[in-house]
Design a protein. Structure first.
Length: 260
């Protein structure tokens, strides 16, 4: 991790705040948990990956941070509500919901299986939807906010990842429409749309046989990949009071992928 300004925690910015972060066992979610904890937040980390959660909890607890790890799948509505309830009970409230967990895969459109299609929507769309539902009344009480992780894929056409792009387009609309519905309240709802970020999601990305690489070039870009800490730094800004002017914003951090 390079020591750029966006990677440097702002001391005390989240003191007294509680954040529920999904996907916190890996990649962008993990970096965000580390960042918000370093800025004083108590964290409820929700993920299906028990080992990754265990490692995160150990690392954060060693710094003196307050962190609760919860193993559960956001594909289940009941789990979404139970995670929010645990956050209120054990950490005393909720100030920030970070919908970060997500899955991706590439296939020729005709070969997307029904199982993969439904799984993609269950994780990437159902989870954020039901977590927003569960969290909103609690966020209203504390003028809290939601940060959803969308993608450049939600803002442009992407060959061979049609289902994934559809789910991220849904996150863009979840963000904008919920921002409209909460417009007269103090809650804020925003999204970050990262481009390529080094993580286990991209590390495990399998390119199907027989693809036309020219069609993938627009979402490969010209400047390589970013680090999870870049997104964590932007997340911290948006979710803190520094981001109070943002509501319904879709913030690209993608090394120019969506410039054209
Ligand atoms: N890495 C990129 O290039 C990139 C680009 C744009 C957007 N994104 C988005 O950023 C988010 C984080 O991705 P990442 O790159 O850090 O990936 P990652 O694979 O490193 O982390 C994703 C985490 O989500 C968890 N998860 C998966 N299914 C879950 C479920 N059902 N319930 C709870 N947790 C679950 C995984 O266990 C993992 O810890 C995703 O929403 C992804 O779509 C990533």
């Amino acid at each position: 991790m390079s020591d750029t300004a966006s990677h440097r925690p702002v001391e005390g910015r989240f003191e007294g705040k509680v954040a529920l972060l999904t996907g916190a066992a890996s990649g962008i979610g993990r970096a965000t948990a580390v960042r918000l904890a370093a800025e004083g937040a108590a964290i409820l980390a929700l993920d299906v990956d028990a080992d990754g959660l265990g490692a995160l909890v150990e690392e954060l607890a060693a710094t003196g941070a307050t962190v609760v790890g919860r193993r559960g799948s956001i594909t289940e509505r009941d789990e979404c509500f139970a995670a929010v309830a645990q956050c209120i009970e054990e950490l005393g409230g909720l100030d920030v919901l970070g919908n970060i967990a997500g899955i991706s895969r590439a296939d020729h459109f005709a070969e997307v299986s029904e199982t993969d299609y439904r799984r993609m929507f269950a994780v990437n769309v159902d989870g954020p939807f039901f977590l927003c539902q569960a969290a909103l009344p609690h966020l209203q009480e504390r003028r809290g906010n939601i940060v959803n992780i969308a993608s450049n894929a939600g803002l442009m056409g992407t060959a061979y990842t049609v289902a994934y792009s559809m789910t991220k387009g849904a996150i863009v609309q979840l963000t904008k429409s919920l921002a409209m519905e909460t417009a007269k309240t103090k809650v804020r709802v925003n999204a970050i749309a990262p481009g390529g970020i080094v993580s286990s999601l991209t590390g495990g990305f399998h390119i199907p046989e027989g693809v036309d690489l020219d069609l993938m070039q627009p979402y490969m870009g010209f400047r390589g990949m970013g680090a999870p800490e870049e997104i964590a730094g932007l997340f911290a800004f948006v979710a803190s009071d520094d981001g109070r002017n943002m509501h319904g914003s879709i913030l690209s951090s993608d090394l120019g992928l969506t410039a054209s």
